[in-house]
Design a protein around this ligand. Structure first.
Ligand code: P6P
Length: 340
């Protein structure tokens, strides 16, 4: 029987890679693993307990809030607060940041951003959902209270990022900037076990992932690119859960797109806790992540917690080809149009 490496063992092994490591990041990643197992337990039995359905109201992004959203948010916050391994949290479910009090006088240097249960519109119909998280070093000094400026950092400043996919199996995929590794939850021992070491996204693939229903609401060059994907007989796969759609592309290659639309002129997905952590992971696995203005996602300035962005993420060859496509078809701005 091949040797099992649990998430905890792997994190501790990898801690040695960072000479300056003090164990805080290790503790924070382990807390995330514990919270993921707790959320997984509820997601897996959601149909059996009164936890399905809407909680009522909407979150800061205007999305309908499901009960599991709130449960997941509360569990991650509780797990992270108990250990004090981070000094603040920003969540899709909360308007403002959540300061975390020091535990046993320990002053943490990390903050966490998260979408505790992404794709929650799928919960009631038993389709995969996910958690997305990112970890930054705080920029304020430890003798100050954590503030919003600690969170408004570019994606390239991420120390670590990952996602949990609550699917046919539950996986935790993360990176601390030295490659991407995947862990599958073994329910018989209650541990995430290393199942996908040093994940690399294929250079290209046969999948494209976009909500085709918005086709007529995309800019013309985006419609032409989607037509091009169709002409290439690429296969459309889109289930409305970013973690699930990205996970397929990370494993099998392809391109995920959520362009800006008339309803979401800046894009729908949130830069801080959806686009940046996913972009960090995909680029660590050899992929690319840009917005529809062809700017690198990880370089985008972050001005507010729930800021939105258009996004194109996936296999490097396909994203580069899409860039060339957009440049070729982008309608010249009025300032570039020839004078009448
Ligand atoms: P649409 C889920 O609400 C989410 O934030 C992402 O997980 C997903 O990719 C996207 O929105 C789905 O949005 O407009 O296609 O339903």
């Amino acid at each position: 029987m091949s040797e099992i490496t649990t998430l905890d063992e792997f994190i501790i092994q990898r801690q040695k890679d960072f000479s300056y490591a003090t164990g805080e990041l290790t503790g924070l990643l382990r807390d995330i693993g514990v919270a993921a197992k707790i959320v997984n337990r509820e997601v897996n039995k959601a149909g059996l307990v009164n936890i399905l359905g809407s909680y009522g109201g909407s979150n800061e992004s205007g999305d309908d809030v499901k009960k599991l959203d709130i449960f997941a948010n509360e569990k991650f916050i509780k797990c992270l607060s108990n250990s004090g391994e981070c000094c603040g949290i920003a969540s899709e479910e909360n308007e403002d940041i959540i300061p975390v009090d020091p535990v046993d006088g320990k002053e943490s240097k990390y903050i966490l951003v998260m979408d505790p249960l992404d794709g929650s519109s799928n919960i009631d119909v038993n389709v995969s959902v996910g958690t997305i998280f990112g970890i930054y070093r705080r920029v304020s000094s430890s003798d100050q209270s954590v503030s919003k400026k600690d969170f408004l950092q570019k994606g390239k400043e991420l120390v670590a990022a990952g996602y949990v996919l609550y699917g046919t199996s539950t996986m935790l995929v993360y990176s601390t900037g030295r490659g991407v590794n995947g862990f599958t939850l073994d329910p018989s021992i209650g541990e995430f076990c290393l199942s996908h070491r040093d994940m690399q996204i294929p250079e290209k693939g046969v999948y494209y992932s976009v909500n085709q229903g918005y086709y007529l609401k995309f800019d013309v060059e985006m419609r032409r690119y989607i037509d091009y994907c169709s002409d290439l007989n690429l296969r459309l796969r889109y289930i409305g859960s970013m973690v699930s759609d990205i996970h397929r592309i990370l494993f099998q290659g392809g391109i995920f797109l959520y362009p800006n639309t008339r309803k979401y002129p800046k894009g729908k997905l949130r830069l801080l806790y959806e686009c940046n952590p996913i972009a960090f992971i995909v680029e660590q696995a050899g992929g690319r992540a840009i917005n529809c203005k062809l700017e690198d996602i990880l370089e985008l300035p972050v001005h507010e917690l729930h800021q939105r962005s258009s996004v194109v993420i996936g296999s490097p060859q396909m994203v580069e080809e899409m860039k060339e496509f957009i440049q070729k078809y982008q309608e010249p701005s009025s300032s570039e149009l020839p004078k009448a």
